[in-house]
Design a protein around this ligand. Structure first.
Ligand code: IPE
Ligand code: IPE
Ligand code: MG
Length: 232
């Protein structure tokens, strides 16, 4: 989910963008609740992009404080509910205090499997691809010849390579773009856009997105007839 629209939500109320981000954090709890109830196994939330660092210092600082607060207050409950937490993105961009909490949250919840909750922070799809290239080169050493670079060998080093590719990408806030989210992973993802601003998200809207998704035919490059013939 690309959780977009916090700033506009606040502006509409004559409040500062920080107020919108705080409301957005509450909405995160609603979507996690929905996933647990609906038995959705993987959820990736785009919380902060590699480009969001360029926002005004004050806003970045608010977002970091909010992030730290969420780490301090939510993790134990998520752990109790069987949520496995992972952070994807350029970890070294964050302050040490946040990095330590991220590591603690991942370690604490590593054995859980009810819901895999991935938080994308300082994440960019292009960063992910470059990072995967670097890891591939580092792992293969001098043995790396052009032929050894394949979709599967490079894909193994992308974020979330051990999880299924996303089936559905939801973006709130009315803009119909990917904004450098999971570029590699979303090659065959279904997209669903809504003008609803992120703090206004609710379970009914999420249900609508899922129903829409369920009605689509995913052809993966094939034609409908071929899909029908592979039904077991
Ligand atoms: C999304 O809301 C939250 C982050 C990007 C951190 P925005 O802050 O982008 O809200 P709008 O798009 O300006 O309304
Ligand atoms: C995308 O929202 C990033 C997150 C939701 C974290 P942005 O608000 O940064 O995207 P643009 O700038 O409108 O493309
Ligand atoms: Mg935005």
């Amino acid at each position: 989910i690309i959780m977009d629209g916090n700033g506009r939500w606040a502006e509409q109320r004559g409040s500062s963008r920080s107020v919108g981000h705080r409301a957005g954090a509450k909405a995160v709890q609603c979507v996690i609740e929905f996933c647990l109830e609906s038995k959705i196994e993987c959820l990736t939330l785009f919380a902060f992009s590699s480009e969001n660092w360029k926002r005004p210092e004050e806003e970045v600082s608010t977002l970091m404080k909010l992030f730290l607060r969420m780490l301090n207050t939510e993790i134990e409950e998520l752990n109790r509910r069987g949520v496995c937490i992972r952070f994807i993105g350029q970890r070294s961009d964050f302050a040490e205090e946040i990095r330590l909490k991220m590591h603690w949250a991942e370690t604490l919840t590593a054995g859980n499997s009810v819901l895999h909750l991935n938080i994308a922070g300082s994440y960019g799809g292009r960063w992910d691809i470059v990072n995967a290239c670097r890891q591939l080169v580092a792992s293969e050493g001098p043995d790396l010849t052009p032929e050894r670079i394949t979709e599967s060998s490079l894909g193994r080093h992308m974020a979330l390579a051990d999880q299924p590719e996303p089936d559905l990408l939801i973006r709130t806030g009315g803009d119909c773009r990917i904004s450098n989210f999971l570029l590699w992973q979303s090659a065959y993802t279904e997209f669903w856009f809504t003008p609803v601003l992120w703090p206004d998200i609710n379970k009914t809207i999420l249900q609508t997105a899922i129903l829409d998704f369920a009605s689509r035919e995913r052809r993966f490059g094939l034609i409908s007839e071929q899909l029908r013939s592979v039904v077991p």
